[in-house]
Design a protein around this ligand. Structure first.
Ligand SMILES: *Cc1c(COP(=O)(O)O)cnc(C)c1O
Length: 430
């Protein structure tokens, strides 16, 4: 598969090159030249397929011929080493738990898949690649964990000081080896802006191969389409009108779901559930797309003021506003509403959600008001104990910590404080 730049001022390129470069030379996001739907027999026989087999069929067109099929199979097996259960809450609402991986957020799948692709591409290369990544909370841990010990790859993570949860911070600052954490005196948007500027800086790019492990990177973004297929496998015999409510920040996850739909997965509709960072909610209401500085919320991984993947969504629907509206609705919720939802889910279903999942739950409820025949699946994108204080305070019950969280709780944070782009540059050049 070749990829083109959404700015359309750069040459088309291979999967391998798109992964290594992250962004196109014209700073556009890469997008696959074609999307060939899967055969009907794939969906008819999905009950007989394992998750790895589903994933392999779904992604092979996007990575061939750069990754040979036997290698791709191994990469997928290693990536999907945990479960993706759907938990039914009612006849109208289920949740898809995406937090059973090593860092307990859905980003583990994309990070593990990308790390293995990059490891394969770099297998006999002496030139090191530096993965530069900005995190609003969960990407950092997932990328640190996924890339730990990958040969020829150094990872530099920028995170906003004081704006990630304690556990998130531990997950990205305690691994050492080829992973470095930079604690930025600023917001997530500041971190993301610094990373983007680094990619544009000849003084850096002439000296080192920089790439991104944010969802702008196709190897991080595309494997997320697996989740929607795994949920379909678990639900299609019971429910027909499957709607996904996706707690959204940079819109990579919901956009991956739309790619699954382009492969002909029967999905009735998407809901982008947002916290107070509501650029897309406003856009769908007013047709006016105005990025704004991000505001801090209790669902911090969605504190994004200018979602980088929205341009891919526009591309999927040919930049047609009406088509977009047919496929996507969006709602925005306050922290107070999110906390009330955490309580509601706990009291009604005896289920403990995390703040991101709770936003997804609210999106499901809003959709069901006008579409009572739908079965809404909200994605539980992180484990509730990653947001321990908020969750325990809100539902008033102590949570026991899963082993993945216990393993990092008492480690010592190692991070370098930076404030400006020049600090970052000096750090990378040293
Ligand atoms: C990253 C993240 C999101 C947002 O996902 P996008 O693909 O950026 O829209 C939602 N919830 C959690 C827990 C996350 O870590």
């Amino acid at each position: 598969m070749n990829y083109y730049s959404l700015n359309r001022k750069a040459p088309n390129t291979s999967f391998k090159n798109a992964v290594i470069k992250g962004l196109a030379p014209d700073k556009g996001l890469y997008f696959p030249e074609q999307i060939t739907p899967l055969p009907q027999s794939f969906f008819e026989n999905i009950d007989e397929l394992s998750y790895s087999e589903i994933a392999f069929e779904a992604i092979k067109q996007f990575v061939s011929p750069d990754i040979p099929e036997p290698i791709l199979k191994t990469i997928i097996e290693e990536t999907l080493s945990f479960d993706f259960p759907v938990v039914k809450l009612s006849e109208q609402i289920s949740t898809l738990e995406l937090f059973h991986g090593p860092t307990m957020a859905f980003k583990d799948v994309g990070a593990r898949f990308m790390a293995r692709c990059l490891g394969y591409f770099n297998r006999d290369n002496t030139n090191e690649v530096t993965v530069l990544v900005a995190t609003s909370g969960d990407t950092g841990g997932a990328v640190a964990n996924g890339f730990l010990g990958v040969k020829g790859v150094n990872v530099v993570i920028l995170y906003p000081s004081g704006k990630v949860s304690d556990i998130q911070e531990k997950q990205l600052t305690t691994l050492g080896k080829n992973i470095t954490a930079l604690e930025v005196n600023g917001t997530f948007d500041d971190c993301q802006a610094m990373v983007k500027r680094a990619f544009l800086d000849d003084a850096l790019t002439s000296k080192m191969q920089l790439t991104s492990a944010n969802s702008i990177n196709v190897a991080r973004w595309l494997p997320q389409l697996f989740y929607f297929m795994f949920a379909y496998k678990q639900l299609h015999n019971t429910y027909k009108n499957i709607v996904f409510s996706v707690p959204s920040g940079n819109f990579g996850n919901v956009c991956a779901g739309m790619m699954a739909q382009q492969l002909d997965l029967p999905i009735q509709h998407f809901i982008a559930s947002n916290n107070a960072n509501n650029v897309v909610t406003n856009y769908l209401k007013t047709k006016d797309y105005t990025p704004k500085p991000s505001v801090q919320t209790i669902s911090n991984a969605m504190d994004v003021g200018d979602p980088s993947n929205f341009i891919r969504i526009q591309e999927i629907y040919n930049n047609d506003f009406k088509t977009l509206q047919d496929h996507l609705s969006s709602y925005s919720f306050t922290d107070a509403e999110t906390k009330a939802a955490l309580k509601d889910i706990y009291n009604t279903y005896n289920y403990v959600a995390d703040p991101h999942g709770a936003v997804g739950y609210l999106g499901s409820k809003a959709h069901l008001k006008h579409n009572p025949d739908a079965h809404c699946v909200f994605l539980e994108t992180a484990h509730p104990t990653k947001f321990l204080d908020v969750v325990e305070d809100t539902i008033g019950e102590k949570q026991s910590l899963p082993p993945q969280i216990q393993a990092v709780m008492h480690k010592t944070k190692v991070a370098t404080a930076i404030s400006t782009y020049n600090d970052l540059k000096a750090f990378l050049l040293k």
